[in-house]
Write a protein that binds this ligand. Structure first.
Ligand SMILES: Nc1nc2c(c(=O)[nH]1)N[C@H]1C(S)=C(S)[C@@H](COP(=O)(O)O)O[C@H]1N2
Ligand SMILES: [Mo]
Length: 401
């Protein structure tokens, strides 16, 4: 079957979700994807793209991305990872199942129930009774669907350190209020258990982050006890982890064991220093007050490039996501290097910045070759530092036009 061999020949790793094209089609995934996109496109633009009347031939793999294991956990402790396969995302399935949600550190071999039996409350506070996780578990409320992205996300690993879950928990600001902060308390240090058996190749032990009390309120940060309707798993920080909507994952401390109220003289933590570059700090500030909020700017990238046959003609459709930022954007533009400048993405709408939204773009490459695919925001004044630096660029080789 020529089409299948075409697909296999060009896939360094089976895509999507470790299925070859035949399985992909048999699985009904293609139909699912198409059904979803047609509906989305109709809802958005009132017309059906020509490609949806054709046959899906395959998915063109991204170039220069490593053959890393997807969707399963590997490694130990600080060096453990689980990469989320974003190539199969659909508008109907916006949340990542817990077993596929990315993991950046697995629970320490040294972590015992005693280490997380209570969250210490201290520092510049009048009411410093420790908080028992059971109290939080029993009073947890739905906290919404939020995206988490590791600041160390990268092209080489398919940008797979990014996932979305539906969370339950307790707002951190209400626990801070309960602690009765003294007038001089302006910030909060959230710490988690972070001592390991094994030395790490790439990460420093010690997990804690300092926030202003305003940051906590404005972001809606919460202590999470559940994701996707079930109690947190051990590797995702059970019994209690911090989630800071709109901020990078390095601020979302797992195995929380202390909440400390502090003032403006506090030094930045080792975790803040480790992530200073990746959270786009200008330098390596010594004091916590000189850190910029570790927020995720508006970003966008392709997750899949589909090849279609319409009659005898080849058509391509680029499918992608956009996330981050403060306000929904109106104009998203795409560039196929070598083919010239930026053009508007044919179908997109962002109604919320968190979690991610979908976009699709019909593409007819002018000639065979290698194309870098880049996106940019058309609206003026939108901060998109990583996007504008080319961080989320991906590339494909087109051989049939
Ligand atoms: N205690 C502790 N919390 C931690 C970390 C850690 O190593 N130790 N890693 C942080 C980083 S860098 C990220 S991206 C997120 C990842 O959370 P996840 O593994 O549940 O996806 O947890 C954060 N919280
Ligand atoms: Mo991270």
């Amino acid at each position: 079957m020529p089409r299948l061999s075409w697909y296999l020949r060009r896939s360094p790793q089976p895509l999507p979700n470790s299925m070859n094209r035949r399985q992909f089609l048999q699985h009904g995934s293609a139909a699912l994807l198409l059904g979803g996109f047609e509906r989305m496109l109709c809802a958005q633009s009132g017309k059906t793209p020509e490609s949806s009347r054709g046959e899906l031939v395959g998915v063109v793999p991204f170039r220069d991305e490593a053959a890393v294991p997807m969707g399963r956990v590997f490694g130990e402790e600080l060096d453990a990872r689980l990469y989320t396969d974003l190539s199969t995302l659909t508008p109907e399935n916006l949340t990542t199942p817990t077993e596929s949600f990315y993991i950046r550190t697995r629970a320490s071999g040294l972590l015992t129930p005693d280490d997380i039996a209570a969250i210490r409350v201290g520092g510049l506070a009048l009411h410093t009774a420790p908080i028992k996780p059971d109290i939080l578990i029993n009073s947890a409320k739905p906290m919404g669907t939020h995206l988490m992205e590791c600041a160390g996300n990268a092209r080489i690993i398919h940008f797979a350190l990014m996932s979305v879950a539906e969370w339950s928990g307790v707002p951190l600001s209400s626990l801070i209020d309960d602690a009765k902060p003294k007038p001089e308390a302006t910030r909060v240090l959230v710490s988690g258990f972070d001592t390991y058996q094994l030395p790490s190749r790439s990460s420093l032990p010690g997990a804690s982050w300092i926030f202003t009390l305003d940051d906590i309120r404005q972001s809606g940060a919460f202590l999470a006890t559940e994701m996707n309707g079930k109690q947190l798993t051990r590797d995702h920080g059970a019994p209690v982890r911090l989630v800071v909507p709109g901020w990078y994952g390095c601020t979302c401390i797992k195995w929380v064991n202390a909440i400390t109220l502090i003032d403006d003289t506090a030094e930045s933590t080792s975790q803040m220093q480790e992530f200073a570059g990746r959270t786009l700090q200008d330098s390596m500030p010594r004091l916590a007050r000189d850190f910029q909020p570790a927020v995720i700017d508006q970003a966008a990238m392709p997750i899949r490039v589909e090849q279609w046959k319409v009659g005898k003609e080849n058509r391509y459709r680029v499918v992608g996501i956009l996330w981050g930022g403060k306000l929904p954007i109106k104009t998203l533009e795409i560039q196929f290097e070598a083919d010239g400048g930026f053009v508007p993405v044919t179908s997109f709408s962002q109604t919320k910045n968190d979690p991610w939204s979908f976009w699709t773009h019909s593409w007819r490459p002018l000639r065979p070759g290698v194309y870098g695919i880049r996106l940019r925001v058309g609206d003026a004044g939108v901060q998109a530092r990583r996007l504008n630096a080319g961080f989320y660029e991906r590339s494909v080789e087109i051989t049939e036009i």
